[in-house]
Every structure is written in C-alpha cells, then in structure tokens.
Write a protein that binds this ligand. Structure first.
Ligand code: HEM
Length: 471
C-alpha cells in the first residue's frame, strides 16, 4: 500500500543494503543507538534484515510508546520468544484480555499487605545467608547476591515447599530454562537445538512439581503467604474460573524471569558503588545509624521504607545501569512524534524501541549524567521529574510498568541494610566494566569484596564526608 506523500518518515540509519543494519545492530544496539542519536537526533529508523526498528530516545518522544493502547502498540509480537519458557497458557501466549487479568494476579500477589510478610522472609534469608560468611574473608559479591536473591525469591514467590525441600531440583530446572534463552531463541524460539530441548523438559517438570504442591496445599487446607498461594487463589473475573496448574507455573516462571537477573545485577552494581564512593557509603551508614537509634535492631517492612537514602542510591544505580537496556513494542497504527518543532510519522508495522540506558544518561535531563549522585532524586532536586514523565525508565512505565518494582526496592534495601549494619567492606580490584553482550546487561566478571564482621557504630562512619545536616 502506498503511504500518503505528505508523511515525513524519521531519518534512516545509513547502512550497507540488506545486512548492514543487522551488522551494526549485532555489534551492540545501544552503542549504535547512542552514535545515531548524536547524528540523527532522538527519532530514527534502522533496518535490520526485513524489520524496521524505530528508536524513540528520551522523554519528549516516548510518551506514545508507553501510553498507547495495546491495539496500537503491542508487546506480544516482540516478546513472544518467551512463550516456550513461560508456557502456552500465560502472558504473551494468551489474548490481551486474559493477559490483563493475569497482570491483575501479579498486582494482587505483590500488594503491600503481602509484601509485609515477604519482607520478614527477606530479612531472615539475608541474615542467615550472611551469617555463613564468618568473621572475615573475600567473596565475589556478585555471585553471592545472585544466590541470595534466588533463595529469597524461592521463599517469597515459589513457596516454602520449594525453599525447604525442593530447592536443589527447582534451581537446576530454572537454570535449564535460563540457559534455553540464547540470542538465537529471540528469532527462532522453537529451533530444535539441545538447549531448547532441555528448556522444554525443565518447563514440563516444573509444572509437575508445582501441580503436586498445589494439590497438596488444597487438600491440607494450609494457606501460605507467598506468590504461589496468591496465584492459586486467583480467579478470572470474566468467567469466575480458577487458575490451572499450567497458568500458576507459567506466572511463577514469568515472575522469576522478570525479577531474578534484574535484581541481582542491580544489587551487584549498587555494591560496587558503595565500595568505591566513600561519601555514598558514609551517607548510607549514617542513615542506618539514625534508623537504629529510632527502631533498634528491628528490620521489617515499615523500617525499610524509611531508608530513603538507600532507595535513592538504588535508583541512581538503575539510572546508570538499567539491566533491561531496550524495551520494544510493535506498532499497529501510524503515529506522529514531534521533535523540536518537526513532525515525523512512524508507520504501522515498525518495531519501536526505547532505551533506559540512553534515557538515563541524557544531559538534557540529568546534570553530569555520568557521575553517581543519589541526591539528584532528593526532594527539591528530583531531576527525573523535571524533564517529563518518561525520564526515568529502568522499570519501564505507562501501561506496562514493572509490577515488581516495590518488591525489588524492598529486597535490595533489606540485603544492604543487613550488610551495612554487620560488615566493614571494601572492593578488591577496580570498578567493573559493563557486559553489553547479554539479554540482561550487568557487570563483567566477578566483583571481589573483602569484609570484616562488626556491629556498625558512629566510629565506623567517615564523618568528614557527611554534610552538616546528616550528622
Ligand atoms: C515489567 C524492569 C524486578 C515483574 C518490567 C519492565 C521493566 C522491568 C523495564 C517493562 C518491560 C517493557 O515495558 O517492555 C525490572 C527491573 C527490576 C525488576 C529493573 C529489578 C531491579 C521485577 C520483579 C518482578 C517483576 C522482582 C516480580 C516479582 C515484572 C512484571 C512485568 C515487569 C510482571 C510486566 C508488566 C506488564 O507488562 O504490564 N520490569 N523489573 N519485575 N516486571 Fe520487572
């Protein structure tokens, strides 16, 4: 079909015909997008084989991406490679009205009244885990926190049965699912290769395991406070039917995939900043001392909610190192964006992309964007609020903003309050580089941390680094 002539298409990335875009893209889509942003501005199209991908970089051009209804901007086409991992009954495998109901189940499972119980479990897990570190030593904090986050997720999301009795088997199955997601899976998720076969066997076995647990819970009448229970109790509003074993399993897998790598990567970067930015460490320690003065040793949901500096440090970590570097939608209808007085039409059929990595470093939004400054989010400064709604997007936003954001903030603050209160720590080596060549982007290699156990007191805090008001 011919497009009306008056429509002004976005500028195109110049590449060698047919495979040029693919080559540029495979070298690293974010570096490519950063370079093209400099040359072409915030909206441009890159042809990758037969697909047109239009980038919308920055808050002034990304509103439609986040706000448009599913009939105009949808996720299914671009994220359906997850279907064999999550299963045929959930999320991107089902029609939108069903998916909306399933997202409601997530919201229910992650609401504050449930989170309070999860936080108690997070505290127990973090204390038990760090108690095994002994009095001093050197650990790879990245690997350690990854393990702790799996343990916590097992307990709060998958349930006590998995955490206590089936952790080894279920962790191995989740690992097989994870290994079944290789770059080629994005294009050909059903390709008959060994890792896909292992993935499919793992998915099947997980459904058997969860099916067994669900039936046992139903028979015994015992109800737990975890996401599994919440999904078992969920009912579709459309016809009142309860969830099936396959749906519960799929939703749990989706929660793990949404929250596992993202949270462990974020906690690893945050650790690297605490160990290399003495002022950030001093302010985080000072906050713990103030909170301990008020609440004693207690750590629970309400106490953790008071840790505003730690929350800002985590937010700043995510601004600089969002684990999901590119979010995608498929456009079903032409739409216009305006860039500095110039209007472009993005035709239907284009894949559209926003990038939390690029959005987080825009000098038009953030002052000194390459420096780590948690206080840029402090009341009064709030740089992310000044340039438009979609300035801070590591958790996405709009219609499909992350449903696990609060859970992630609680989990990571719990872990670091336990570490800050009980250990002196320093980095061995230098600040890590970024491993761009991954689906979820994190630091390269191990992050070695040297530690010594002690109870945090005022003497441990480097007071010279603190502003008057906090001492
Ligand atoms: C969606 C990031 C933790 C569950 C998203 C999206 C992003 C994101 C960027 C939007 C994707 C898009 O628009 O295409 C993160 C980060 C996390 C995190 C950075 C940790 C630091 C979690 C956790 C859970 C979770 C812990 C569950 C317990 C979800 C779900 C969605 C989602 C269910 C889909 C929402 C929808 O499409 O309506 N997350 N996430 N996430 N996340 Fe998270």
């Amino acid at each position: 079909m011919l497009r009306p002539k008056h429509k002004n298409l976005p500028p195109k990335v110049r590449t060698i015909p047919i495979i040029g875009g693919l080559l540029k893209f495979l070298k690293g889509p974010i570096q490519m997008a950063r370079d093209e942003y400099e040359k072409l501005g915030p909206v441009f199209t890159c042809k990758v084989l037969t697909r047109n991908i239009t980038f919308l970089l920055g808050p002034e051009v990304s509103e439609h991406f986040f706000k448009a209804p599913e009939s105009e901007m949808s996720q299914k086409e671009v994220y359906k490679f997850n279907v064999p991992t999550f299963g045929p009954e959930v999320v991107f495998a089902v029609d939108y009205p069903i998916r909306v109901e399933q997202y409601r189940f997530f919201m229910e499972a992650l609401k504050v009244s449930k989170l309070k119980g999860y936080v108690d479990a997070m505290v127990e897990e973090a204390e038990a885990f760090t108690s095994k570190w002994g009095d001093e030593g050197v650990i790879d904090i990245k690997a350690e926190l990854e393990h702790l986050i799996i343990l916590t997720a097992s307990r709060c999301l998958l349930g006590v049965e998995v955490r206590k009795h089936l952790f080894g088997e279920v962790s191995q199955l989740i690992y097989d699912l994870d290994q079944g997601m290789v770059p080629i899976s994005v294009l050909f998720p059903y390709l008959p290769i060994a890792v896909h076969r292992k993935r499919d066997a793992a998915r099947k076995r997980l459904e058997e395991i969860f099916g067994g647990i669900i039936e046992k819970r139903k028979k015994s009448g015992i109800e737990e406070n975890d996401m599994l229970q919440s999904f078992i109790d969920s009912k579709y509003k459309s016809d009142g039917r309860p969830t099936t074993h396959g749906e519960v399993t799929g939703l749990l897998i989706a929660a793990l995939f949404g929250g596992q790598h993202t949270s462990s990567i974020t906690s690893a970067w945050l650790g690297a900043y605490l160990m290399t930015q003495p002022k950030v460490l001093a302010l985080a320690q000072q906050e713990q001392l103030k909170i301990m003065e008020k609440h004693g040793e207690t750590l629970n949901h309400d106490v953790i909610c008071e840790m505003n500096y730690l929350a800002r440090a985590m937010k700043e970590t995510l601004r600089m190192h969002p684990p999901l570097v590119m979010l995608l939608r498929y456009s079903h209808k032409d739409f216009d964006v305006e860039v500095r007085g110039k209007k472009y039409t993005i035709p239907k059929g284009h894949v559209t992309a926003v990038s939390p990595s690029i959005a987080g470093r825009l000098p038009t939004v953030y002052s000194n964007p390459d420096s780590f400054d948690p206080d840029r989010f402090k009341p009064g400064r709030e740089e992310d609020k000044k340039a438009g709604t979609y300035s801070f997007i590591p958790f996405g936003g709009g219609r499909h903003g992350c449903l696990g954001e609060t859970f992630a903030y609680m989990q990571i603050r719990t872990i670091y309050s336990v570490i800050l209160r009980n250990f002196d720590f320093e980095i061995v080596g230098s600040f890590p580089e970024t491993e761009w060549n991954a689906l979820v982007v994190g630091p390269v290699g191990p992050i070695q941390m040297k530690y010594r156990r002690r109870k945090l007191t005022q003497a441990d805090v480097c007071a010279d680094l603190l502003p008057e008001s906090t001492v």
